[in-house]
Design a protein around this ligand. Structure first.
Ligand code: DAH
Length: 325
């Protein structure tokens, strides 16, 4: 009996002294494991005088339960103090100001696009998107480029597999927008275009804005008026526009326009009355409907507005460019 009492006392002390959960697991095994002290006592019962066997067995079992509950208590205490230590160590002051990420900035092209969209939205134009990989029909055929004509080469086309191309201009958005719909239309289409071209003043990818309007009475006069207003919005209230006769397969008549710039003229883009064949290709009757279109690059405008000296800087993705504007 005294052996059981001694064992309980020892266990109590060992349990109280266990400083970690791992130590506690070992202490428990030492007393309650299959080869532990309690098991040893129980195994030895057979050698005791018959009268002692019952009381010693009962005392040993009781000791087992006590030790088990002390272990459980100690484990709970260790866990609680562990959590407290953790919390103390990883103390988080939620009132500290956060580390602010550097603010992002919009690319100059995005800013000019947004400005252009806002201007045309104020005149009732909607924005239309188109894919950058385009069918030959939308990019050329429907726009009245002849099949066997080197016209397709004049735009330095990147050909993609399956007869598709990287669109060489935003004009195919006219085709996508008009086909299967009935006028009136008033749309602009900003986007990326691609040409096989690369030097200080040309990048293989650049940006254009297309604009077009179709109804049953709009005229070249409307086109000129709107482009004037647009030019003045973009380049200042004193800006003049000049139209020069030109050729595009998808407009007739066609013109190139220049805007007044530092005492001279700056080429701006192309425009014209949409060719009847283009309307027909979109299922629109040119006897009933007519319209005009224009298209221009906007990268130069963005460079000029934000003082970017080299076109290639615009597309290198160097954030230092954005940080400066
Ligand atoms: N798509 C022509 C180009 O990229 C620009 C253009 C000219 C668009 C005349 C038009 C237009 O809509 O009417 O060179």
């Amino acid at each position: 009996m005294s052996q059981v009492e001694r064992l309980e006392a020892e266990a109590r002390e060992a349990i109280d002294n266990a400083g970690t959960r791992e130590e506690l697991v070992q202490v428990r095994a030492r007393f309650l494991g299959r080869k532990g002290s309690v098991a040893a006592i129980l195994r030895g019962i057979g050698e005791l005088p018959a009268a002692e066997r019952g009381p010693v067995g009962a005392a040993a079992n009781e000791a087992k339960q006590k030790i088990e509950s002390w272990v459980a208590e100690r484990r709970a205490a260790l866990e609680a103090s562990g959590r407290a230590a953790d919390l103390a160590e990883h103390r988080l002051d939620v009132t500290l100001p956060g580390a602010a990420p550097p603010p992002g900035r919009l690319h100059p092209v995005t800013r000019v696009f947004r400005d252009v969209i806002a201007f045309f939205a104020s005149m009732g134009f909607a924005v239309q998107d188109g894919p950058e990989v385009e069918t030959d029909w939308n990019n050329f055929g429907a726009l009245n480029f002849p099949d066997d004509h080197p016209a397709r080469d004049i735009q330095d086309t990147f050909f993609v597999e399956g007869g598709t191309v990287l669109r060489t201009h935003t004009s195919p958005v006219q085709i996508r927008t008009m086909t299967g719909r009935t006028p009136p239309f008033r749309f602009i289409a900003p986007g990326r275009v691609y040409r096989h071209d690369s030097d200080a003043t040309h990048t293989p990818m650049f940006h254009q804005i297309e604009g077009f309007m179709v109804d049953d009475r709009t005229t070249l006069g409307d086109l000129k008026g709107i482009l004037h207003a647009f030019a003045r919005h973009m380049f200042g209230p004193d800006t003049e526009l000049r139209f020069r006769g030109h050729y595009f397969p998808f407009t007739e008549p066609s013109a190139e326009m220049d805007f007044s710039y530092r005492g001279g003229w700056m080429e701006w883009g192309g425009c014209g009355m949409i060719h009847p064949e283009v309307l027909r290709n979109c299922g629109i009757d040119p006897e009933r409907h007519q319209g005009w279109a224009f298209g221009m690059g906007i990268d130069r405008t963005a460079m000029d507005r934000f003082g970017v000296p080299d076109l290639r800087l615009m597309f290198e993705g160097d954030v230092r460019l954005l940080e400066q504007i």
